[in-house]
Design a protein around this ligand. Structure first.
Ligand code: BV8
Length: 231
């Protein structure tokens, strides 16, 4: 089986109507990272942060997986390929497209976390700063999201899979946020072939062996068809 590790970012969900971060109409145009995506911002104004993620949770609920998500699920289903998706996205469109092997390295909109006792449970539609933890009853609940300055999830498993892969593919990410932006270097140092599929050249585009540029719903199904057509 050919082992393929696929890193995805906001760009793969853009055509499903989920806003990216750095585009002209991106999330970071309206919100300061420090206010809504750091533990310090959360302790300063938890209601503002819950409002930010409640809105994104509602948007993700009504969004539908697109042809790029569906193509990756099709590739995973082919017995000749061992596919692992490592997503920076906090939406659930990969799973709703049928992908089984997905790591949310930056967490999920649909998880809640108690920062007092560490308990995790499915996030209610609307979270508030007065919600109490179903385990310890303390009002220390937060979205189960990895904020800036926090350690991404499952890094050991991700690095091991990267070093053991035959191919590393990066889809719909600008390559500005670490450690995800450093995966292409790690893969290259491990002798792994690297491919970028993105609307435009990313910050690290020169680090990839091959790059194809265009909308994910066009270039990802095309790439998967080519892979599946190989004998
Ligand atoms: C950490 C969850 C310690 C929240 C997110 C080294 C150097 C410099 C800085 C650092 C460094 N190491 C650490 C840092 C600090 C920081 C960082 O990287 N800062 C940056 C800003 C410089 N990193 C951290 O704090 C990380 N933690 O380092 O802990 C550590 C150290 C070592 C090893 C382990 C741990 C934690 C970072 C995680 C923060 N949380 N998300 C939320 O979602 O609200 S990051 C968030 O922003 C996303 O998850 C994603 O990771 C990032 C956004 O990037 P993209 O997804 O790429 O989106 P973007 O809008 O930028 O780009 C979209 C792309 O898609 C574009 O290229 C566009 O062309 C393309 N596109 C658009 N439409 C389409 C398309 N492509 C195809 N089709 C289309 N239709």
């Amino acid at each position: 089986m050919a082992k393929i590790v696929i890193l995805t970012g906001a760009g793969i969900s853009a055509e499903s109507g989920i806003r990216t971060f750095r585009a002209s109409d991106g999330l970071w145009e309206e919100h300061r990272i420090d206010d809504v995506a750091t533990p310090e911002g959360f302790s300063r104004d938890p209601a503002l942060v819950h409002e930010f993620y409640n809105a994104r949770r509602a948007a993700a609920r009504v969004a539908q997986p697109n042809a790029a998500h569906l193509a990756l699920a099709e590739l995973e289903a082919d017995a000749r390929y061992d596919v692992l998706i490592v997503t920076q996205n906090v939406d659930d469109l990969h799973e709703r497209a049928g992908s089984q092997n997905v790591i949310h390295m930056h967490g999920s909109l649909f998880g809640a976390l108690c920062h007092a006792c560490g308990h995790r449970w499915p996030a209610p539609e609307v979270m508030t700063a007065t919600d109490s933890c179903p385990a310890c009853r303390r009002t220390a609940t937060r979205p189960d999201i990895v904020w800036f300055g926090e350690m991404p999830y499952q890094m050991e498993r991700i690095v091991a899979a990267l070093e053991d892969a035959d191919l590393f593919v990066s889809i719909g990410t600008s390559g500005n946020v670490y450690p995800a932006a450093g995966f292409v270097q790690g893969a290259t140092e491990a002798g792994v072939e690297t491919l970028e599929l993105n609307l435009e050249p990313s910050t690290g585009t020169q680090l990839f062996d091959t790059s194809h540029h265009g909308p994910a719903t066009q270039i990802v199904p095309q790439w998967v068809r080519e892979r599946l057509a190989r004998a």
